[in-house]
Design a protein around this ligand. Sequence first.
Ligand SMILES: [Zn+2]
Length: 376
Amino acid sequence: MTSETLNLARALIQRPSVTPEDAGCQSLMNERLSKLGFNVEELFYTDTLNTWARKGSQSPHFCFAGHTDVVPTGRLEDWTFPPFAAEISDGMLHGRGAADMKGSLAAMIVATERFIKNNPNHKGSISFLITSDEEGPFINGTTKVVDLLESRNEKIDMCLVGEPSSRDILGDVVKNGRRGSLTGHLTLIGKQGHVAYPHLAKNPIHLAGKLIDELSNTVWDNGNAFFPATSFQISNIHGGTGAGNVIPGTIDIQFNFRFSTEVTADELKTRVIKVLTTHNLQYKLDWTLNGLPFLTEPGLLLDATLKAIKDVTGIDANPETTGGTSDGRFIAQTGCKVIELGPINKTIHQIDECVSIHDLEQLTDIYEAILVELLT
Ligand SMILES: [Zn+2]
């Protein structure tokens, strides 16, 4: 079995682009975009290759976004097929990045080629925003390209990110938003001492008990029609000197909020500080805001996506906002509508990552149908 999308997906997988390497993936894609008349800009920041390619200058401006980098393979001997061989077996394409997200990249390119061939006089413009730094620290990737576009006052109206959104069958889930992510790095300060003389010390681990109880039982909000309730989770606790007879002087607690659009990061910070104050605690607290929440409400982009999925697969897709963060959050901050749609995510980041060849074909058809909906 062979197809254009499959061939391109294989060629991309065979380029071992572990974050932040691009390993020639973007030049392969950009050659094809240039042939279609795209104006291609390759933007290299520190260690990351990005592409901004656009055809046309009119609105509506529709953008395909994605990443060429992949997560590390893990132990090579654990893989059934070598991770960068792009082997085919039983209708599945195997390899690192097959589902996250080189299959999607191939489908975007082929869908665009077909669309332009069939609709040479389409309206609006099409662009590609591609990075090799999505799986990494996301410093020199999409966010930098978005800054550049903002400085030029170049606006994207609608964006489709090819992240693997599907759960059990292709197209059953699209992401029409993502929760925000806020991490707190808390140090509770007590007083170190001998366990046999507790009256001379102040045990921060004991102080943490009541605090954790309150924070973990607080209802931060009830979510809304598009978002589940905001959740608070502790991810790390470290306290103790290692000695069995010493009360430690401090305890470190790291926690994370996945938050809806019902609260802001600042509100969450204020409420945590209020709890700390009520408990009369001495502390040090630093915050990392990993991403703001975004939401694409029903409208042109979401409707076109749901219709395209229905037309190609017969499925009624579910719009959801669950899961981790994605580069969609940076693009959405510019006011652009963002949707995520890609293959089944069951094997992503795992040993033996793979994608169905049939799904890649259908994904290409869906992407093309979305272009038809929006730009003809
Ligand atoms: Zn991804």
